[in-house]
Structures are given as structure tokens and as C-alpha cells.
Design a protein around this ligand. Structure first.
Ligand code: SF4
Length: 211
């Protein structure tokens, strides 16, 4: 991307990267899911020309430094090749500091944070996250499990993700469920109907396009 600028730490890891006028934050490469369409499970950590492999998880201070001037961006988006909410306290601390500087904060997530942390974490997002983009990925549990392959220690992931979306509505101004068009067995219109029933937005995504 000719208009993209990566902000790298001293050992060349990409913590923040710029796309579409937004700043994307890559704060972990750990995940709860093992999606079959994910670049890292297809032997690459490269996304839109950025190598998102992390040798170390960055600190709050390093992430804030990597962002720099928030006024350069429309949105600051937690979205790397990992699940940011696995570092919930770090993610919230960064979001709070960037919000104080006037940033618009979006969290792209698998929606499994409450399942993983064993409590409803959606109240903690209030005042720190402006928009949530939650990967629904399928219209039913079987199709979700086939593509997203949740780890065995997290049964009921599909329903937990939908519950997370429903509960987050009270604390986050904009909640959107997403699904990827073109994945085998995924019915985009059925996914849209589920989002409608939950009273949240829906967005159809394209495979391998960050957003
Ligand atoms: S949640 Fe995202 S980063 Fe994690 S395995 Fe799935 S596609 Fe990859």
C-alpha cells in the first residue's frame, strides 16, 4: 500500500499500521479461535503488506508511542492477527488514554471475551470503546465451529459471541456483527437476519480484506 505507514518498535515489530486513514493496533498474536481462513493458520503473518508477527507483546507505553498523533486518524482500531481482548486490561488502558486524546476507538473482536474471562466484561467497554465489530462468521454453530475451530476449553463459543453482542449494546454506541462472503456454507442473508433480531448492525466482509 503506497499510502500506508507502519510504526515499528526497535526490533522491527509492527505494533501500529495505517490503512484506509485508520490506525490499526497489533497487540497480541494469541487467539481463542483457529480460523481456517486466517493468514496465520495458512503459514503467513502478512496482512496488506505488513508482517504482523510479534516476538513480544507490546506494553501500554509502547502501543501509545506507536500510535503517535491520534489526530492523523479517523479511527484507532484494535485489529491484528490476534484477539486483543486476551489482553483486556492492556487494551482498556490504551483505549482510555487514546480516548482522552480525542480518538475514536473501534475494537475488532471475536466476541468471546466474556467467555474467556468468565464474567460479563461488556460494562468495562463503556466510555472506552466507540464501536465494536464482532466476527459472527456463520449463521449457526456447526458452520461457525467448522470455520473458526474454537479451542476445546471454550465450548458454546458461538452462543457466547451472540450474547456478547447483545450485552454490549448497553455500553458501546455502535455494535456490528460481521460475516465473510464466500466462505463455504456461510449464508450472508441468514447472518444479517440474526443481527437484525439482536438489534445490532451487520456488515458483509470480503476474505483477506482488513477493515
Ligand atoms: S480470530 Fe482473527 S486472528 Fe484469530 S484465528 Fe480467527 S481470523 Fe485469525
Amino acid at each position: 500500500m503506497s499510502d500506508a505507514v507502519a510504526t515499528q518498535s526497535s526490533d522491527e515489530e509492527v505494533i501500529a499500521y495505517e490503512l484506509h486513514g485508520n490506525c490499526y493496533l497489533n497487540i497480541t498474536q494469541r487467539c481463542t479461535l483457529r480460523c481456517d481462513f486466517c493468514p496465520k493458520f495458512n503459514k503467513t503473518f502478512e496482512v496488506q503488506g505488513y508482517d504482523l508477527r510479534l516476538k513480544h507483546e507490546p506494553t501500554v507505553k509502547q502501543i501509545i508511542a506507536a500510535v503517535g498523533d491520534v489526530s492523523r486518524y479517523q479511527e484507532i482500531v484494535f485489529c491484528g492477527l490476534g484477539e486483543s481482548t486476551l489482553r483486556l486490561e492492556v487494551m482498556l488502558a490504551v483505549a482510555a488514554q487514546l480516548k482522552q486524546r480525542g480518538a475514536f476507538i473501534r475494537l475488532n473482536t471475536d466476541g468471546l471475551a466474556s467467555l474467556v474471562h468468565g464474567r460479563d466484561v461488556t460494562p468495562a467497554l463503556a466510555g472506552k470503546v466507540d464501536a465494536l465489530s464482532i466476527s459472527m462468521n456463520a449463521q449457526d454453530e456447526a458452520t461457525y465451529n467448522r470455520h473458526c475451530r474454537p479451542k476445546k476449553e471454550y465450548p458454546g463459543a458461538y452462543q457466547a459471541m451472540l450474547d456478547f453482542a447483545r450485552q454490549a449494546k448497553a455500553f458501546v454506541p455502535s455494535v456490528t456483527l460481521t460475516a465473510i462472503d464466500g466462505l463455504d456454507g456461510v449464508d450472508i442473508e441468514a447472518c444479517r437476519n440474526i443481527a437484525d433480531e439482536l438489534g445490532v448492525e451487520f456488515r458483509r466482509r470480503e476474505l483477506d480484506v482488513v477493515g
